[in-house]
Design a protein around this ligand. Structure first.
Ligand SMILES: NC(=O)c1ccc[n+]([C@@H]2O[C@H](COP(=O)([O-])OP(=O)(O)OC[C@H]3O[C@@H](n4cnc5c(N)ncnc54)[C@H](O)[C@@H]3O)[C@@H](O)[C@H]2O)c1
Ligand SMILES: [Zn+2]
Length: 350
């Protein structure tokens, strides 16, 4: 197949390109090389047809769709951003960009889409109260966070909750601009599928890490920020009390999930979107991740600072059973092995 990978010059996109070409597919990449993601253009593999363009540029997208069998849409502005002033850029790149891409796919009769979504569409993870069963805590209050009370209490009785795994059918509840744009991408893709009879697999990635991760910017993920601190000879600074639970999934496994989704698309119902969590299934705390990286790097031990960011959620871990059961995917890189490799691998210069 000929596959258009948008954002194929990025961290995850470049691994997808290698996995797709390795599986015998032809790949075309469209990427705007956003300055937030790249200071210097990355090397483009020889066997890839390369288009330097923005997904909002309809003419460039229509041209890039010529002869394409399926699209793997990774292009997006990622991370929490610096402040709310970033909102128009996020919405522009992620939602207007997706709308232009989908309209162009409708016009070009390209009926298959693998969409990079995110666990951020869920907001907080799944919580259970001993008395009230499954509950949905609202955003955490500033006064609570200032007092170092990071665990969201039961919204009904105020008692402590236990955190569990989110399934794809859990209600969505985006808590920041980036999250809102990722959910809107799914909603737009679902509308496109209904209108055109197309098929979409929306892959809700968890915390992706691994080789080629961009160096620390306000947009980078926590693993990259810790790794960059170690490279500067500094201690990784862990926010809150370090007890935030996440699912760190290796970028090669995420690329593999894209290949499984691409192969499984034809088995999905026509005119619909199917969401899949993409996580390792082996949750760890942010504190454990910092400690594992620091130990493998051989630098300073991590420090827990008690600082917080308002947009952050406390725990978010999900079950990725659906992806395993329906599309036959299985993660191959385990936490200790992946972190040990990541601790010494060079980061992308940016
Ligand atoms: N890294 C993670 O942990 C994570 C987690 C969940 C979801 N995701 C999603 O995975 C996808 C890839 O993220 P990444 O971590 O590789 O980020 P990245 O910044 O390394 O890659 C994104 C790429 O998209 C390009 N791009 C952005 N806006 C564009 C536009 N308007 N037109 C054309 N190209 C554009 C950038 O230049 C960059 O090369 C994104 O959709 C992101 O939302 C990432
Ligand atoms: Zn309760």
């Amino acid at each position: 197949m000929l596959i258009l990978v948008t954002g194929g010059a990025g961290f995850i996109g470049s691994h997808i390109v290698s996995v797709f070409t390795g599986a015998g597919h032809e790949v075309r990449v469209l990427d705007a090389l956003l300055p937030a993601a790249h200071h210097t253009p990355p090397p483009v593999p020889d066997d890839v047809d390369w288009r330097h363009a923005d997904v909002r540029d309809r003419r460039a997208v229509l041209d890039a769709l010529r002869g394409v069998d399926a699209v793997c849409h990774q292009a997006a502005m990622v991370g929490l951003g610096k402040d709310f002033a970033d909102a128009p850029d996020y919405v522009g790149s992620n939602d207007l960009g997706t709308a232009v891409l989908l309209a162009s796919m409708a016009e070009s009769w390209v009926p298959r889409l693998v969409l990079a979504s995110s666990m951020v569409v869920y907001g907080e993870g799944r919580y259970e109260c001993a008395r009230h069963g499954v509950v949905r805590p609202g955003p955490r209050r500033i006064a609570e966070l200032d007092a170092g009370r990071f665990e969201p209490p039961c919204p009904r009785c105020g008692e402590p909750l236990s955190a569990g795994l989110v399934g794809e059918d859990a209600p969505t509840d985006p808590r920041n601009v980036y999250a809102a744009t990722k959910l809107a991408q799914e909603d737009l893709a679902a509308s496109w599928a209904r209108a055109t009879g197309g098929r979409v697999a929306a892959l809700r990635y968890h915390n992706v890490y691994g080789p080629g991760m961009p160096r620390d910017t306000p947009y980078a993920g926590v693993a990259s920020l810790f790794r960059s601190a170690l490279a500067r000879g500094e201690a990784p600074r862990v926010f809150e009390d370090g007890g935030q639970r996440r699912d760190f999934v290796h970028v090669r496994d995420v690329a593999g999930a894209n290949l499984s989704a691409l192969s499984g698309l034809s088995g999905l119902p026509e005119g619909g979107l199917r969401a899949y969590n993409v996580g390792s299934g082996d949750p760890h705390t942010v504190g454990e991740m910092a400690a594992a990286l620091a130990m493998a790097h051989g630098g300073q031990a991590s420090v827990v600072t008690g600082e917080y960011r308002l947009g952050d959620v406390r725990h978010i871990t999900a079950s990725s059973r659906r992806l395993r059961d329906e599309l036959g995917w299985k993660p191959e890189v385990d936490f200790a092995e992946g972190m040990a490799e990541f601790a010494v691998d060079p980061l992308r210069a940016g």
